[in-house]
Design a protein around this ligand. Structure first.
Ligand SMILES: NC(=O)c1ccc[n+]([C@@H]2O[C@H](COP(=O)([O-])OP(=O)(O)OC[C@H]3O[C@@H](n4cnc5c(N)ncnc54)[C@H](O)[C@@H]3O)[C@@H](O)[C@H]2O)c1
Length: 373
């Protein structure tokens, strides 16, 4: 591409160093700044990437005109203030999931990014995994028929969070995958759960999403389970797909299995469900690191002036479902009407075609990209 983009990573706890590694190794980006409130984390990441300048003062990143973009991987309550300050300072922003703590915060970030013609992207990392891409391809081809329901289980003896419950921590992955596969938003959201370890912070939840046409999704999230489970089953009218993300290989299995009610019957004695059991097949999927694809996509969106696959609007869609889940939890799992909550993400997607408004550096890069020189 020519000049690499200068990236700063904010938040260097568990996940941030993975972003730092990718932006350091990708040829189209350079890790030039790292920031955390904890000096020890800065020292550690600096020892791995000595070219990146470390600071505990986030403001120092905003004052660097050569810094093109920020990747934010802090605790969730800090996402909004940091991202807002970054956008106002003219930086493109990638925020790890969930985008922010409320839909109001999300809408504000989308508004600022749109006004300033900057990329706002959320790290719904699974949409960049080759397995989810493959599953989406299979579903869209019609091979499994119409989706009947999707069930997801994301369980383990997890890292207990202090400021968010397990739905906000783990379910954003499943919600983003399910919305991507379904291609639409739910009508009704229910969530039940219990807080066994930290009072008031649910560590086990069951979230259900109901879509039009009797389609549904069930998401079981837990920090309190002896096994690490990362499973999703997509049940279609013709076939069923099982995605097991912790399997060492053959993560996707397609079962040629279905049940049909009899087409015609005159008496109960004639009523027999038609069970179909066919072959199980395993599609080949080339292994790729999802986060590397996510980071490359962020760079491509900045340079090519594209709206990300996981845009601010997609992030807001997921956050508004999390909010509905919290509301339902407060009322012991009562249904929450979601139909008026968040309009189709596409209507909210920022228009991001023009190149004016971006920093002179990025405009230079875009021109270079456009001319191929
Ligand atoms: N995409 C994925 O697959 C994935 C995986 C894990 C975590 N995450 C997300 O990444 C984010 C971070 O999660 P984590 O597990 O690394 O958390 P963590 O607690 O391990 O790390 C957060 C870091 O941010 C720092 N921090 C907090 N506030 C800050 C501020 N104002 N300025 C600078 N630094 C600040 C903390 O000191 C800490 O080092 C969360 O949003 C989480 O949901 C995403």
């Amino acid at each position: 591409m020519g000049i690499p983009l200068n990236i700063g990573v904010v938040g260097l706890g568990y996940w941030g160093p993975n972003l730092a590694r990718n932006f350091h190794t990708l040829p189209d980006s350079k890790l030039t700044a790292i920031c955390d409130l904890d000096k020890k984390r800065i020292e550690h990441v600096h020892s791995l990437y000595p070219g990146a300048k470390g600071t505990v003062e986030f403001k120092e990143l905003l004052d660097q005109p050569e810094l093109d973009a920020l990747a934010i991987s802090t605790a969730v309550p800090a996402h909004y203030p940091l991202a807002k300050a970054g956008l106002l300072a003219g930086k493109h922003v990638l925020i790890e999931k969930p985008l922010a703590s409320s839909s109001d915060e999300c809408e504000d970030l989308i508004r600022i990014a749109t006004e300033k013609n900057l990329v706002l992207m959320v790290g719904h990392t699974f949409l960049y995994s080759p397995e989810i891409r493959k599953i989406k391809e299979i579903v869209d081809s019609g091979e499994i028929g119409d989706i009947r329901y999707i069930s997801a289980r994301r369980l383990n003896l997890g890292l207990f969070q202090e400021d968010i419950n397990v739905t906000w921590d783990l379910a954003p992955h499943d919600i983003s995958i399910i919305l991507h596969i379904m291609g639409k938003l739910p009508e009704v959201v229910n969530c039940q759960g219990s807080a066994h370890i930290t009072p008031g912070i649910e560590d086990v939840t069951a979230l259900s999403l109901n879509f039009k046409n009797e389609q549904s999704a069930l998401i079981h999230s837990s920090w309190l389970d002896p096994r690490k489970v990362r499973e999703m089953t997509i049940v279609g009218s013709k076939k069923m797909i099982l995605f097991d993300d912790v399997a060492p290989q053959e993560k996707i299995k397609i079962f040629d299995a279905r049940v049909d009610p009899p087409a015609h019957y005159d008496s109960f004695a004639e009523f027999h469900y038609a069970y179909h059991h066919g072959d199980m097949s395993v599609p080949y999927v080339k292994p790729e690191e999802p986060l590397r694809n996510e980071c490359q996509h962020f760079i491509d969106c900045i340079v090519e002036g594209k709206t990300p696959l996981t845009s601010g609007a997609d992030g807001a869609g997921v956050v508004s479902i999390l909010e509905a889940a919290s509301e339902s939890l407060l009322h012991n799992g009562a249904p929450v009407d979601y139909s008026d909550r968040w309009k189709q993400p596409a209507q909210h997607a920022p228009k991001f075609d023009a190149i004016q408004g971006s920093s002179p550096r990025v405009n230079r890069l875009r021109k270079k990209f456009a001319t191929g020189s």
